[in-house]
Ligand binder design. Structure first.
Ligand SMILES: Nc1nc2c(ncn2[C@@H]2O[C@H](COP(=O)(O)OP(=O)(O)OP(=O)(O)O)[C@@H](O)[C@H]2O)c(=O)[nH]1
Ligand SMILES: [Zn+2]
Length: 215
C-alpha cells in the first residue's frame, strides 16, 4: 500500500486517506454480495421483492455515510482562509452530526460546537461545518471525531486556540447492547488558550449553553 504524504493531514488521516485505494480493490458487486450473504445469515430471503434491491441500497447508503474518506481538507476549504486582524472568539454552534460508530456501524447522532480565537487568519464559517461533516462521515469513535476537528482547525489556522465539544447519542447504546435511550455523551478537545486558560474555556462553555434570542 503506498501512502502519499499530505502536509495538510494528521497522521491518522494519512492512514485513512489510503482507504479509498483499498476500497477500489473490492468491487461493488462483491460489496453487494456481502450484504446478500448477511441477509441470508439473518434468515431472510434476499430474492423476495422487498429485498431484491436491498444489497445495492445498503452499499450506496454505507458509501454515503463514509464519503468523508474520499474528501480532503484542501478540497473542502476551496481556499476559504482569509487574512483578518481579528482576535476575538468565533463560535459556530449546533452543527448537526451524523456519524457511524466504528464498532457496530450504527449511527452517532448529535451536535458539535466549534470555536477558535484567530491569530491573523479566519476561515469561511461554512467550512467549519464542512470539516465536521468530513470527519463525521467516516467510521468513528466520538473522541477521535472531536479531536480530528480540533486538530484540523489548529493546523489550518494556527489560531490562538480551538475548542470543540460534541454532544451525541449512540444508537449502539440505545437500540441494542445496554439499551439506554436518553443517554448522551459529551466529548471535548481544547487546544492552545482553551487548554491553558480556564477563563477562555469558561467563556466558550457559557456561550454554548445560552439560548439564541432569535429562536
Ligand atoms: N469510547 C467510545 N466507545 C464507543 C463509541 N461508540 C461505541 N463505543 C463503545 O465501544 C464498546 C465496544 O465494546 P465491546 O464489548 O467490544 O462490544 P459489545 O459487546 O457490542 O459492547 P456492548 O455495546 O456493551 O454490548 C462499547 O462499550 C460501546 O459503547 C465511541 O464513540 N467512543
Ligand atoms: Zn457502536
Amino acid at each position: 500500500m503506498t501512502l502519499s504524504i499530505r502536509p495538510d493531514l494528521t497522521s491518522a488521516d494519512q492512514v485513512l486517506s489510503s482507504l479509498p485505494a483499498q476500497k477500489r480493490k473490492v468491487t461493488e458487486a462483491e460489496m453487494m454480495q456481502a450484504v446478500r450473504t448477511l441477509l441470508i445469515g439473518l434468515g431472510e430471503d434476499p430474492d423476495r421483492e422487498g429485498l431484491k434491491d436491498t444489497p445495492k441500497r445498503v452499499m450506496k447508503a454505507l458509501q454515503f455515510l463514509t464519503k468523508g474518506y474520499t474528501q480532503s481538507l484542501d478540497e473542502l476549504l476551496n481556499g476559504a482562509v482569509f487574512t483578518e486582524d481579528a482576535n476575538e472568539m468565533v463560535l459556530v454552534r449546533d452543527i448537526d452530526i451524523f456519524s457511524s460508530c466504528e464498532h457496530h456501524i450504527l449511527p452517532i447522532i448529535g451536535r458539535a460546537h466549534v470555536a477558535y480565537i484567530p491569530n491573523g487568519k479566519v476561515i469561511g464559517l461554512s467550512k467549519i461545518a464542512r470539516i465536521c461533516e468530513m470527519y463525521a462521515r467516516r467510521l468513528q469513535v466520538q473522541e477521535r471525531l472531536t479531536s480530528q476537528i480540533a486538530d484540523a482547525l489548529q493546523g489550518l489556522l494556527k489560531p490562538q486556540g480551538v475548542a470543540v465539544v460534541i454532544e451525541a447519542t449512540h444508537m449502539c447504546m440505545v437500540m441494542r447492547g445496554v439499551q439506554k435511550p436518553g443517554s448522551w455523551t459529551v466529548t471535548s478537545a481544547m487546544r492552545g488558550v482553551f487548554a491553558e486558560d480556564s477563563r477562555s474555556r469558561a467563556e466558550f462553555m457559557n456561550l454554548i449553553r445560552h439560548n439564541a434570542n432569535f429562536h
